[in-house]
Ligand binder design. Structure first.
Ligand SMILES: *Cc1c(COP(=O)(O)O)cnc(C)c1O
Length: 358
């Protein structure tokens, strides 16, 4: 089966060299030297000041809400992975959904102010597929209404907007380093902070709110990650430029081969350095999407419905906020297989099956 992606793996000898170090030191986790080295290398690569390597890309969303003391309403996007919404619910906050822009599939900034109430404390928006949100407009709204901005930048590793890492925007940005992402540490994630004064608090919240032997400060959580995961990150990080170049190559093949008379895709800002994280295509209708999905499955090709459902329609939400654009697009979108060393013949086959079923 051809899946929507295939994890990049470094040379196993490279990984084993780090594993020998772990055996020699017998420090497996708890802010070890490989974790600290990975944090330094990530800060240098991304050009950010404060970065915390954590267990996954969901716990960092929860820590972000916790550290900013968000307890009430959070304006958020319905077009993302469910972790964005679930982190808000898990922290006992209330998600307030604002519809997306029909071109970028990111939260529509022109609709945000109408959703603000006296209980609104934050905006949590996803740079979906690594395509930047309207960061300037969102920042201006947040400033006018004294709101915090958290970006779920799970898709944005390696993306630069206005010459800066997209992870450097907002009060806090989070990233996922899950095995399916552009850069991965098997499981993992990071919190990127523009608030050096929160350094100690983030450190503590990540590790039970506990320091040393006897000091307990907060109701923290276990958001730590291990030396083994950090080792995978140290192996993969130097390969990021070649990973992105290989993904770009796949992108260009799909661009050239798909029948754009009957398909659309989100508009990626042409001024950015993009990471080619996903290859979503939007079909003319739900029925066409289903027909294409079935035809691809018959050929052992498994695209994914990234992103479905529109998160405002989840059954376990306290309230329904209509988001017609997101509900429409999420009913008709598929993300196509995209990975490093994907054979040209496979991309041709996928394009052919799609074009024949439009
Ligand atoms: C992958 C993803 C997450 C969750 O990351 P994990 O590391 O799997 O917990 C959160 N948000 C978005 C948008 C994602 O795509």
């Amino acid at each position: 089966m051809v899946n929507v992606t295939k994890s990049f793996l470094p040379d196993r000898e490279e990984y084993i060299k780090y594993i020998h170090q772990i055996w020699d030191r017998v420090q497996l986790t708890n802010n070890g030297p490989l974790l600290q080295q990975l944090e330094e290398e990530l800060k240098a690569y991304l050009g950010v000041e404060n970065l915390y390597f954590c267990g996954n890309g969901t716990i960092v969303l929860q820590i972000a809400l916790k550290v900013l003391e968000i307890t009430k309403e959070v304006i958020t996007t319905p077009f993302s992975y469910v972790a964005t919404t679930n982190s808000i619910l898990w922290e006992n906050c209330t998600p307030v959904f604002v519809d997306i822009d029909r071109d970028t599939f990111n939260i529509d900034p022109s609709l945000i102010e109408a959703a603000i109430t006296p209980d609104t404390q934050a905006i949590m928006a996803t740079h979906v597929y690594g395509n930047p949100c309207a960061v300037e407009e969102i920042e201006a709204i947040a400033r006018r209404h004294s709101l915090k901005v958290i970006y779920d930048a799970a898709h944005a590793f390696g993306v630069k907007y206005q010459g800066r890492s997209l992870l450097s925007y907002g009060d806090l940005s989070t990233c996922s380093f899950h095995a399916t992402k552009v850069f991965h540490t098997i499981e993992g994630g990071a919190l990127v902070s523009n608030h050096p004064e929160l350094h100690e608090k983030i450190h503590l919240l990540r590790a039970f709110g506990h320091r040393g032997d006897e000091e307990y400060f907060y109701a923290g959580i276990n958001g730590k990650n291990s030396e083994f995961h950090a080792a995978m990150g140290l192996c993969n990080l130097p390969h990021v430029p070649e990973i992105i170049a290989a993904r770009k190559n796949v992108f260009e093949q799909y661009d050239a081969q798909l029948n754009w008379a009957k398909l659309t895709k989100p508009k990626i800002d042409p001024s950015i350095d993009y990471n080619y994280a996903y290859y979503p295509v939007v079909f003319e209708s739900y029925d066409v999407m289903r027909r294409v999905q079935g035809a691809l499955l018959e050929n052992e090709i498994a695209p994914r419905r990234y992103f479905y459902p529109s998160l405002n329609t989840l059954s376990f939400l306290p309230e329904y906020y209509p988001c017609p654009v997101s509900e429409d697009i999420s009913s008709r979108v598929l993300s196509l297989p995209l990975y490093v060393e994907q054979p040209a013949a496979e991309i041709e086959k996928i394009s052919q099956v799609i074009n024949q079923n439009l």
